[in-house]
Design a protein around this ligand. Sequence first.
Ligand code: ASP
Length: 338
Amino acid sequence: MSRILLVHTGGTIGMTKTENGYQPDGAYFRQAVFHMDSLKKRDMPQWDFTETETLLDSSRMKAEDWNMIGRVIADHYEDYDGFVILHGTDTMAYTASALSFMLKGLNKPVILTGSQIPLCETRSDGRDNLITSMMIAGAGKVREVCIYFGGLLLRGNRATKYSADGMQAFVSKNYPPLATAGISIHYNESAFLQRRSERFECRPFANIPIGVLKVFPGIQFELFESIIAGKLKGVVLEAFGAGNMPDDASLLPILRKAYENGTVLTVCSQCVQATVDMSAYEAGSTLRRAGAVSGRDMTTEAAVAKLYYLFSVYDDAANVRFNMERDIRGELTQKNEL
Ligand code: ASP
């Protein structure tokens, strides 16, 4: 029988109402989980429960919190067959992306889940999300970082939060689901990450200055010069469609300055379903010539986490630029794979 570890980090699933709104409530959640009869059934894996030191609304998470979750997994890696991380939905896709890079050579399921309605409420979606995530983690078929939510198992670094209201809160428009859970759980094994025979290792992130800039019609780039070419080491530029942005005269010198400073500019799309192709339009090719790299079909969440990861591993921008366009953990589709 497999054995999994539940790690409570905060989020709506474990919150109760206070006069200032919902807040994480560790004592309540622990008690609710230990009293849930379904978790004791014979078709469930054996499990242990732990929680992070501070339970957070996930909007408060920082890179050091990702590191702490990574450390819990690494410290217990040999003791369990899989891990379920209970987490807020707001930044779940960022944490899932971060863990996917941080946990090199991962060969066990790490499933992030949570809920839109707290477990303490009658209509909570937390119960199914928790039970199904535990079954998936216990089954041990997927061996990568995933998000399970509302019937879909998605690769963590391909997922994005799409709805603040619906029970299917996450989508992965550039990559198919790894499983769908209806009456039974159907795995899409051909979409699983190919296992690499690397040794498992947790590589925590350094506190790298990273930024995200969403381009809009009429953007006056000179007003954003300090973001693009200032102190940040990595910037995700969310461009239009296939990677276009207004290439007005003020942009090029700023891009050049960023390049010379060693800032890595990564172009992602504002469209949830898109692949950046900077050679498709003249407006995009200006970016390419100025040294920006293509995020291809990566989510902004994955691009941010990848910049943290690569700058934590390499000291030089050239290596970061090269690896941003390469598939490291299934986060993007390389050009030669299309
Ligand atoms: N604000 C909450 C969080 O991300 C939202 C949720 O969990 O659904 O922690």
